[in-house]
Ligand binder design. Sequence first.
Ligand code: CTP
Ligand code: MG
Length: 376
Amino acid sequence: MYKGRTTSLIIAAAGKGERAKQNKNKLLVPVLGKTCLERTLSVFCNTNFFDQIIIVCSKDDKKEISALLNDKDVTLVLGGDTRTQSVKNALKKVDTELVLIHDGARPFVSKEIITDCLDTTIKYGSAITAIASRDTMFEVKDGVVTDYLGKDKLYSVQTPQGFNSANIKRAYACAGEETFNDDGEVYKKFIGDVYLSKGDEKNIKITYPEDMLKLGNKEVKIGCGFDCHKLVENRKLVLGGIEIEHTKGLLGHSDADVLTHAIMDAILSALSLRDIGYHFPDADQKYKDADSIKLLEHVLTLIKEKGYKVGNISAVIMAEKPKLKNHIPTITQNLANVLDVTVDCVGITATTLEGLGFVGREEGICVQATALLKEI
Ligand code: CTP
Ligand code: MG
């Protein structure tokens, strides 16, 4: 369901992948333990927008694709000789208001692309994901330039392409045995205008052998975070989820675990997911005396939804007192457990500020943290 509309997804996977030269369908070759089809499917499944998912496959691949799907609620439909025929077969099974049609060979699709495509479909009834041409384009005949087409009006077509289901079904019913470049062309010929939705340079189609290597490329993201809390009497001092014996503790709405707060902000910042003040507002009573480690666990679910996990963390605690030397190993181990990384991926250092400033006067403790995130 997307914004109150029932929504289906068709993944076209019934090709042979001949140009990729893998001796089998390019969508079913595992790269770093995962096939292209699984990668594509997981991006859509993670959105939770779809009531119905249909994969069009060839007779030869049906068994292998069924095995990959485990217990996922996906309908398999047999494809045809062309992509047009494959999509046509799948559309017969669609019984929702909206449908998105996507090439299984575009695994780098994102939630942003899917959302824009669905919003455009709701607004106009059709949506073609596309990107503006980078270069000037011209037409050539027999090795001679016949016409300069420029670049301003030219776009490269991508998928997903979204439609009001009843209309695209009608369009494909009119298409007969004719072959089209994409779904938008079928819609344009038999129904009406197709509207642009925002694509991405990264949303490439795996087509040639060198594209297969790109499936193994993992993105890394870096983020930084900073936090500071006041030291007062009659409060606990908690750092990285560990309570530390001291004459004073940190003041704050939650447990004021300044180290965990800076780490959370670094993690959120790496994926531009705002900050802890946004996710856990201090006006909300729910977070009064909250255990910051629980908040960190929530932050980890947010980055997982985006397809990332923590690679390593580095943080410096600025505190005049207490001496933290003997506490660092316990803090490190605790954070490593929560972050689900080994201890050598959590680097915590501590320093005094040589008596300078508010930290030097023991009025507060500051932490600066950096997080490196890895694509899952
Ligand atoms: N496709 C399909 N049915 C077909 C042909 C293609 O469902 N009869 C799908 C492919 O599986 C792919 C998408 O349409 O996900 C885009 O097609 P393309 O990149 O051309 O893939 P293939 O046809 O498999 O590759 P090739 O043309 O190199 O053989
Ligand atoms: Mg093809």
